[in-house]
Design a protein around this ligand. Structure first.
Ligand code: GCU
Length: 345
């Protein structure tokens, strides 16, 4: 399918990426140069998205800290495939690393599901605290290594996800009746969108623009940054702040490829990834605000929905997916962090 074109100089992000690259003297946008070995990284976002900028930084840090033995090249815009296929490619070693949305990791292992439930995370800060807590995520993130050869390195937040439609505004679940809303391919998302009153249509990210345009979809759901970078605002200009879930992208890598590195280089890899994560957090709020401004400038109608009407239905979805004792234990651990950090539990 044809891909949406890229908005020129959106948020000035390309300038940030290129500026950092020029300073480091070792990369072009999205690819380190003059290094012995390049790690391929698959991404389904544009070059203007914070994930691309943060991963570019990762490549630079890696090249610097391994004296040019290792670098990275980011393949943006689903060039290597949609996440559902790419996670298999990283597992079999054809691709070295990828950014994979939490529902796709859940499809590989249901152990990850509690991290993907609505209500699990109250905020980005809460989510980041959980991600850095080894006692909660350490074993989980290593659990795909033996069978799938995948290591979860950490995550980039997706922030709060909201609903948007071609016809609107959306204030209550009744406003969504009969509407076909695109969802990520996952049982939780299917159920969540049904509970919110709409008809869910699973589809990969890169297909959404043309499906909206063709009328196959009435709307979709995502954060402000994706909505703007994918140019969905051009076709679905009614954006309702439903905040139905704080989403998470995992960054995964093929273990066998990592193990070809010396121990010192593996340590440099880990530290470089931490640097990229910090870069991502720094950019995220800034780019969410910039996207909101772009939405307003482009005439998007931003609606405050009836939070209570959606809230009750959303909470029930989470309860329905806590199947095993292990699920309940992980979900409770996540929620306990919210209580500890003083957030609404
Ligand atoms: C966000 C997320 C992506 C995901 C996308 C989606 O943009 O960062 O990783 O693929 O949502 O809705 O599919």
């Amino acid at each position: 399918m044809p891909r949406p074109g890229r908005r020129q100089l959106l948020f000035g992000l390309p300038a940030i990426g290129l500026g950092a690259a020029a300073l480091a003297g070792c990369s072009q946008a999205g690819a380190t140069v003059d290094v012995d070995q390049i790690l391929s990284i698959s991404l389904n976002q544009t070059e203007t998205h914070p994930s691309f900028v943060a991963l570019t930084r990762f490549g630079e840090l890696l090249a610097e800290s391994t004296d040019g033995r290792w670098g990275a090249r980011i393949y943006a815009n689903e060039a290597l495939g949609a996440q559902q296929e790419v996670i298999q490619l990283v597992s079999d070693g054809s691709v070295d690393m990828a950014v994979i949305s939490s529902p796709q990791v859940e499809n590989l292992s249901l152990r990850f599901r509690p991290m993907n439930l609505p209500g699990a995370f109250d905020s980005i800060e809460h989510q980041m605290t959980v991600l850095q807590d080894e006692s909660i995520v350490g074993e989980l993130f290593a659990s795909l290594e033996p069978d799938k050869r995948l290591r979860v390195l950490g995550g980039f937040t997706q922030g709060a996800r909201h609903m948007y439609t071609k016809d609107g505004p959306i204030r209550t679940p009744d406003d969504l009746a009969g509407m076909k809303i695109r969802v990520q391919e996952s049982d939780v998302f299917l159920e969540l969108i049904r509970a919110m009153g709409a008809s869910p249509t699973p589809m990969s990210y890169g297909e959404v623009y043309t499906a909206l345009q063709a009328g196959v979809l009435d709307g979709a759901e995502n954060n402000e940054v994706s909505y703007v970078t994918q140019r969905h605002d051009e076709i679905a200009p009614h954006f309702s702040l439903t905040s139905h879930l704080v989403g998470l992208d995992y960054v995964v890598a093929n273990v066998d490829r990592l193990e070809t590195m010396s121990e010192a280089d593996q340590e440099a890899f880990t530290q470089s990834f931490r640097g990229a994560q910090q870069e991502f957090v720094r950019l995220w709020t800034q780019e969410t605000d910039a996207s909101t401004q772009t939405m307003l400038d482009n005439g998007v109608e931003i609606t405050e929905p009836d939070a209570a009407a959606f809230g009750e239905r959303i909470e029930e979805v989470a309860r329905g997916f806590l199947d095993t004792e292990e699920d309940v234990a992980l979900y409770e651990q996540i929620r306990a962090v919210a209580t500890e950090t003083g957030e609404d539990a």
